[in-house]
Design a protein around this ligand. Structure first.
Ligand SMILES: Nc1ncnc2c1ncn2[C@@H]1O[C@H](COP(=O)(O)OP(=O)(O)OP(=O)(O)O)[C@@H](O)[C@H]1O
Ligand SMILES: [Mg+2]
Length: 253
């Protein structure tokens, strides 16, 4: 298998805090890859570095064979990467359809959008996407009126709107009960299959990680503590000790 994403000695400090310390890893194409670790381990910072939101102090990010370390976020999206955020970022007053149309129009480029080209086409593609993720019935509902679990789904649909190959999900099951998080896990598996994606999943719900991830990287204090299959992770003493007393480890987090 080839690596779709490679991090080479990636580092980032905020003031005196080393959030990510010379981190190197390679994510294989087509897998669901878990990224876990105690609160403050540096997981979201890794997503920020990979997606271009934050510049690293050192190291490189290689995406599909190309060095993207210095690229702006919108360029990285164009190359086939999309992400969601730890806190839901939807346009609450707009409909589900509009929420999905916006990133599609952005992907078309500002000039075409300004001139109004492709509007109908985008609307059709957005409806098609909502249909594929099971939100077609909700197309005209205000995003803010959806139940929480569906808002999380809509966020993923928005990320899919730019046609990514790699999807970064930052705690998509946060605040969900075990049944909701199980269903979201199934949804992520289906989406990965249907859209032919690689997924990197930050998640505190260990039951979701165990059920759907092929490989897991465990971070602690900005570095990799362990890497392996979900069951190897569960069997690791180092991982258990890192988590002990420091975090929410599992259901209901
Ligand atoms: N923009 C920032 N400014 C200052 N410090 C930051 C910034 N972003 C992250 N940090 C610090 O870097 C460290 C890693 O934070 P990060 O958000 O990456 O952790 P995390 O693993 O995602 O944690 P959580 O599980 O709580 O979301 C923390 O100490 C955090 O306070
Ligand atoms: Mg985080």
């Amino acid at each position: 298998m080839t690596g779709v994403l490679r991090l080479e000695s990636l580092s980032k400090s905020f003031g005196g805090v080393a959030a990510v310390r010379s981190l190197s890893m390679e994510v294989e194409e087509g897998l669901i890859w878990g990224l876990i670790g105690p609160n403050g381990a540096g997981k979201t910072t890794v997503f920020n570095l990979v997606s271009g939101a934050v510049r690293p102090d050192g190291g490189r990010v290689i995406f599909r064979g190309r060095d993207i370390t210095a690229l702006a976020p919108h360029r990285i999206v164009k190359l086939g990467m999309a992400r969601t955020f730890q806190n839901i970022r939807l346009f609450h007053n707009l409909s589900c359809l509009e929420n999905v149309c916006i990133p599609m129009l952005q992907a078309e480029g500002p000039l075409r959008s300004l001139l109004g080209f492709g509007g109908r086409d985008v609307r059709r593609k957005a409806m098609d996407l909502l249909d594929r993720v099971g939100l077609a019935d909700m197309w005209d509902r205000g995003a803010g009126t959806l139940p929480y679990g569906l808002q999380r789904k809509l966020e993923i649909a928005r990320a899919l709107a730019s046609g990514p190959r790699l999807l970064l999900l930052d705690e998509p099951a946060a605040g969900m009960n075990p049944e909701e998080s199980r269903r979201l896990g199934d949804f992520i598996t289906q989406v990965r299959q249907a859209f032919g994606l690689t997924v990197i999943l930050i998640e505190h719900h260990m039951d979701v990680i165990m059920r759907i991830c092929h490989r897991v990287t465990v971070m602690n204090f900005g570095s990799i503590l362990f890497q392996g299959t979900p069951s190897e992770v569960l069997g690791s003493r180092d991982v258990m000790e890192a988590y002990m007393g420091r975090r929410r480890w599992a259901v209901g987090a």
